[in-house]
Write a protein that binds this ligand. Sequence first.
Ligand code: ZN
Ligand code: ZN
Length: 84
Amino acid sequence: MKTANDTARLANTVLTVDKKARDAKAARAKDAAGKVKCPKCGKDATGAAFCPKCGAKIEKTCPGCGKTDATGAAFCPKCGTKMD
Ligand SMILES: [Zn+2]
Ligand SMILES: [Zn+2]
C-alpha cells in the first residue's frame, strides 16, 4: 500500500526527470544556434569564409536587405533581420 510519503517522492522524481529533459532540450537548441553549415557538403563552417572540407564559399543572404554575410552572425549586421 502506498503512503502519502511515497506519492510525494514519486511526484518529486517525475519533476526532476522533466527538468532534466528540458535542460537537455535547451542545451541542444543552444548548440544548434548560430551554426553555419556548408551549403554544398553540410560541414559545420561557422565563422569560415570557405568550407574547411570542400572549399565552397560560405555565406548567408539576409532575407531583409539582401546583404551577404559569411561570419555566421545570427542577425544581419546591416538591418538586424534574423539570418537563416
Ligand atoms: Zn563543404
Ligand atoms: Zn539585412
